[in-house]
Design a binder for this molecule. Structure first.
Ligand code: ATP
Ligand code: MG
Ligand code: MG
Ligand code: MG
Length: 469
């Protein structure tokens, strides 16, 4: 029998519990200890201060399954959803941690034993990478039995991990699985590495540095371990597929999406269901924590994800709200592991339905305008920024939604023009005597966030002026 996502999560936590690790609950998606981070993007976030020694717990080894959202900031996978087999906006990161306790010599054998022993993954499908100067890690991989030609030295930031621009960080070593030459892609370090043939399963970070806002970096007193393995990726592997969206949970959600939209779960429509299933998860988990769609900060990221999902539902022919109808399917699959979903179910459904009702009023007309404006555009052409701004301003289309809508055609958006239109509108409303803090000002804030692709969260109080975000 194939293990389900729920089984695999338990196997992982039990394995590390047996090795003396404290099983720690997932921390919230909205970080409690870090105003610079929009959403929790990895397992180490709640332990950030344990690596620097500022925070001491009554354990030095921990393991967790951490809720993560990567839809902004340093790690942003929003644009990957629907395009790769391995990225979600919401996923669970399985991790083991050592705070000044064990280091490379134990962390690598732990990972190898779990992967090749407990999970019984064939060794001849595995590759590892190390930071180019890390001879120590190279030797340990050799010692556990990885052939030298499968230990790849990488000099790029791919093998130097950091949560954000500041904080604990360090060189890392990663484990990849080769799904076979029927899938496009190349080994890590090769030009084709972004394909889905060689999929990164697990990242082991050797926490030994701390980076500060001025860019400088120091050695930490302690040597620690921080690892992260994507539950959905290891599940895909253990369920005999390379595709996260073909695991038990996603098949279930995609079926549900096909049912409520009365469409084919496979074929051309499949991509829309993938986006819907993914976005259903991230939005539901965020709403369950009290994040609500708004025009600012975290709420705006949520709104952007929700509206993207709604566009895909509309492409499947939905003319009425549908996302809220999918919430029970999610709760049935993930509610046992995450009780906040069941507790928040009514709020999640209501929030989806309200946002959909609101957006459906303008979605159709916006899509029509977009169709007309782009009918003569081909691959390599650019949609005028003015048009993207009109879609934003009049029809509530976040910039990234417009970009996503044009991506299949290979058409880009003139984001400089979009910025200029935004700025012009802001100046106009200023000249007209409309005070700061009004809607136009808020728009400039989103504009910058969108344009920079940086949603590092600096707090609601931050002056919303250009150059400061
Ligand atoms: P990739 O190179 O595939 O984008 P990454 O190097 O950005 O992954 P890490 O930051 O090292 O990922 O995170 C640790 C692990 O979390 C990864 O090895 C992977 O298993 C998982 N993971 C990372 N991003 C995602 C995502 N967007 N969706 C699902 N799993 C993810
Ligand atoms: Mg990534
Ligand atoms: Mg990577
Ligand atoms: Mg990685």
């Amino acid at each position: 029998d194939m293990p389900s996502l729920n089984d695999i999560r338990s196997t992982f936590l039990n394995y590390f519990a047996k090795q003396g690790h404290e099983v720690v609950d997932s921390s919230p998606l909205v970080p409690r200890n870090d105003p610079t981070l929009m959403f929790t993007n990895s397992g180490m976030v709640q332990f950030k201060n344990c690596f620097t020694g500022v925070d001491r717990r009554d354990y030095v080894r921990a393991t967790s399954a951490q809720k993560c959202v990567r839809a902004g900031g340093k790690h942003n996978d929003l644009d990957n959803v629907g395009y790769t087999a391995r990225h979600h906006t919401f996923f669970e990161m399985l991790g083991n941690f050592s705070f000044g306790d064990y280091f490379k010599n134990e962390a690598i054998p732990f990972a190898w034993e779990l992967i090749t022993g407990e999970f019984d993954i064939p060794k001849d499908k595995l590759y590892t990478t190390v930071y180019h100067t890390d001879d120590e890690a190279f030797e340990i991989w050799k010692k556990v039995g990885v052939p030298e030609d499968r230990i790849i030295r990488i000099a790029t930031s791919d093998n130097f991990w950091q949560m954000g621009d500041t904080g604990p960080c360090g060189p890392c070593t990663e484990i990849f699985y080769d799904h076979g030459d029927h899938i496009w892609g190349g080994p890590p370090g090769s030009p084709e590495e972004d394909g889905d043939r060689f999929i990164e399963i697990w990242n082991l970070v050797f926490m030994q540095n701390e980076r500060f806002a001025d860019g400088s970096m120091v050695d930490l007193d302690m040597q620690s371990i921080d690892t992260g393995m994507g539950l959905e990726r290891i599940a895909a592997l253990l369920q005999g597929t390379h595709d996260n969206y073909e695991t038990d949970l996603f098949k279930y959600l995609i079926e549900a999406s096909a049912t409520v939209t009365n469409s084919d779960p496979f074929g051309d429509q499949n991509v829309h269901h993938r986006v819907i299933a993914d976005h259903l998860r991230s939005c539901s988990f965020l709403i369950a924590e009290g994040v609500l769609p708004s025009n600012e900060g975290r709420g705006y990221v949520l709104r952007r994800i929700m509206r993207r999902a709604m566009r895909h539902a509309s492409l499947l022919g939905a003319t009425d709200p549908v996302m809220h109808k999918l919430v029970p399917a999610l709760v049935s699959q993930m509610g046992a592991a995450y009780p906040e979903l069941g507790q928040g179910q009514a709020l999640i459904e209501e929030t989806f339905e309200q946002e959909e009702t609101r957006f459906l009023k303008t979605l159709d007309r916006g899509l029509k305008l977009l169709d007309e404006a782009s009918v003569d555009l081909d691959k390599g052409d650019v949609l005028p920024g003015e048009t993207a701004f009109k879609l934003y301003d009049t029809f509530g289309f976040p910039l990234d939604l417009t970009q996503d809508a044009l991506r299949a055609k290979g058409v880009e958006v003139d984001t400089d023009g979009f910025d200029a239109a935004m700025k012009a509108q802001k100046e106009q409303s200023r000249a007209g005597g409309i005070g700061l803090g009004d809607a136009a000002d808020v728009k400039v804030y989103f504009d910058i966030v969108d344009a920079e692709g940086t949603t590092e969260f600096l707090g609601y109080e931050t002056e919303k002026a250009e150059g400061q975000i």
